[in-house]
Write a protein that binds this ligand. Structure first.
Ligand code: ZN
Length: 355
């Protein structure tokens, strides 16, 4: 049986804002004038340059325009060909990187309204993450409150690199609002580019930037644990999207070992970090960075010690998608079913009506 027959829930599909013009109907008069007069034509994220090979598989790239901008193509690729029953849209766009937090709030609001009207309203199998102006937590909470009334928004979207570590209290109102509305918080690969994307400084290539994201995810998990955010919000679910998977066991081991020596620093962390991560953190499958060896894959899953952790994702239209090998060899039928469907239902309360 193919994984397609299980009708997976795809937890990471990218819808792309082709240019700021599509958002104009969703901006109020002031911001429409502002964007027009200032010539804010686009805010493509440097993390995903539209023409870079990483940004789209060749067979998913449209003849003209950016990949991820055409609903008919998305419908064909994700639902018809891959057999997804539901797909969660993540918009990675530069509004989250702006220094002007009022403009960021206006553009995030416009992105979410555009998503609802031009994607969710047109395709009932789509769900979406709320893009929030995290530069200002009050603005972010306001946007969560506005969108949460629409049950098709199933999580809150942040990026792997912000202007400060995500465990800091600046972000806690976002977590409080997310928990209150039954919304997990996704941390997707990407950066607001307040800092170099590697701890060594600014790299020369997108390759270094992208591979280096794994260390940002690790640092964010330590921040969420050590600053007490995960302890403060025990019902908060954090979904790492496009983080890779196989670094997690080594990271858990290291975090547990050093925590034992240094736990006097963090009295609110009352159990080993790996136990907290198993309860509150999930990871999407693509890219799956394991060698093509069933025994090794089985070992990684065993070391994570949870069959609830991994969520299916294609990362459409990015090139990370492994096609027929998307479900790693060595997964039992039961575990494959959990990864493809059940774990998403367990993670996203707003998908429960599907079960
Ligand atoms: Zn992605």
């Amino acid at each position: 049986m193919s994984w397609r027959d299980v009708k997976p829930i795809d937890c990471d599909v990218h819808v792309v804002v082709p240019h700021t013009g599509v958002l104009l109907p969703y901006l109020d008069d002031y911001w429409r004038d502002y964007v027009t007069v200032r010539g804010v034509r686009n805010l493509d994220m440097t993390s995903y340059p539209p023409t870079a090979p990483l940004t789209s598989r060749p067979d998913w790239r449209p003849e003209t325009g950016h990949a991820g901008t055409d609903l008919a193509l998305l419908r064909r690729h994700v639902f018809d060909e891959l057999g997804a029953q539901i797909a969660i849209c993540n918009v990675i766009w530069g509004a989250q990187a702006l220094h002007h937090h009022h403009l960021a709030a206006a553009l995030c609001r416009a992105v979410n309204s555009w998503l609802a009207a031009e994607w969710l309203d047109q395709e009932p199998r789509l769900r979406a993450s709320i893009v929030v102006p995290w530069q200002n937590a009050a603005h972010a909470v306001e946007e969560i409150e506005r969108c949460a009334a629409d049950k098709r928004f199933v999580q809150v979207l942040l990026l792997a690199m912000a202007d400060q570590p995500l465990g800091r209290e600046h972000y806690w109102p976002i977590y409080e609002a997310a928990v209150r509305h039954g919304l997990p918080v996704a941390i997707h690969a990407g950066s607001a580019y307040r800092h170099a994307p590697t701890s060594l400084g600014w790299p020369s290539t997108l390759l270094e930037d992208y591979v280096g994201q794994a260390s940002a995810f690790q640092n964010q998990l330590m921040s969420l644990i050590c600053e007490g955010a995960l302890a403060k919000f025990p019902n908060l679910k954090v979904v790492l999207v496009e983080s890779g998977v196989t670094w997690l066991p080594a990271f858990m081991w290291r975090a547990n070992k050093i925590w034992r020596a240094m736990r006097m620093e963090t009295p609110w962390v009352d159990r080993p970090p790996a136990a907290i991560l198993r309860d509150q953190v999930r990871l999407t499958l693509q890219p799956f960075d394991a060698p093509p060896d069933a025994a090794l894959v089985e070992q990684v899953i065993e070391q994570i010690d949870s069959d609830r952790t991994i969520l299916f994702a294609t990362d459409y239209p990015h090139w990370q998608f492994d096609e027929d090998e998307v479900i790693p060899p060595g997964l039992s039928a039961d575990l494959a079913r959990r990864v493809l469907v059940d774990n998403a239902l367990g993670t996203y309360p707003r998908l429960e009506s599907l079960s």
